[in-house]
Design a protein around this ligand. Structure first.
Ligand SMILES: C[S@@+](CC[C@H](N)C(=O)[O-])C[C@H]1O[C@@H](n2cnc3c(N)ncnc32)[C@H](O)[C@@H]1O
Length: 191
């Protein structure tokens, strides 16, 4: 079964999770120290908000979007518990028109979700001058999780082909799993 774009799969997944948060992505914690100070962040495919909440807790102004209602409900509950503000919007990242109302951000983060070309293109309009697109995810299909397919892997060329400039990249391994983190900029930002 194709699981990544399957809304029902994610609804069920978030509905069946225990009432506790997962820790934020380790490499995001490391990188956050270098992000534009206390800027605005858009977290794409935010899930139940482990990264959005981490960034909000560290002084960033965070907007988090996902197509799963259950995920966003959990995010809001965690945010209330921690007395943090995270603006949320339920939206399907595959529909370009959904981005119209979002505005511009100093940083856009996308963790463990492969953006469509058209979405990555669209995001250029939503970055401020010197804004950064931060992408992290699997670089190779994990042997122990057949749900992650080739089409879910993060591919640097996807972004370079459509005019993003690579600021930094890091390939790293956690146990048997290989990941890649990209930070990208675009000349088009804020023009
Ligand atoms: C692997 S989870 C990653 C969640 C989060 N970024 C994290 O690191 O914990 C993938 C997320 O993508 C969301 N998603 C998948 N397809 C989507 C789409 N077309 N539009 C919006 N969200 C989507 C799912 O609901 C899920 O929350």
């Amino acid at each position: 079964m194709e699981y990544m774009g399957n809304r029902n799969f994610w609804e069920q997944k978030f509905l069946s999770r225990p009432d506790s948060q997962l820790p934020p992505e380790t490499i995001l914690i490391e990188d956050a120290a270098f992000f534009k100070e206390k800027g605005s962040v858009l977290d794409l495919a935010c899930g139940d908000g482990r990264n959005a909440l981490f960034l909000a807790g560290n002084g960033f102004e965070v907007t988090a979007v996902d197509f799963s209602e259950a995920a966003l409900r959990r995010l809001k509950r965690f945010a209330e518990k921690e007395r943090l503000t995270v603006y949320t919007q339920q939206m399907d990242l595959c529909c370009e028109e959904n981005f119209d109302s979002l505005g511009k951000f100093d940083m856009i983060v996308c963790n463990h979700y492969r953006l469509l070309y058209k979405t990555a293109m669209q995001l250029k309009k939503h970055l401020t001058k010197n804004g950064v697109l931060w992408i992290n995810g699997f670089a190779e299909c994990p042997q122990d999780n057949p749900a992650i397919r080739q089409s879910d892997l993060i591919v640097k060329e996807d972004y370079l082909q459509i005019g993003y400039q690579l600021e930094d990249e890091k390939e790293y391994q956690v146990g048997e799993h290989k990941f890649i983190r990209l930070t990208l900029k675009t000349e088009g930002a804020d023009c």
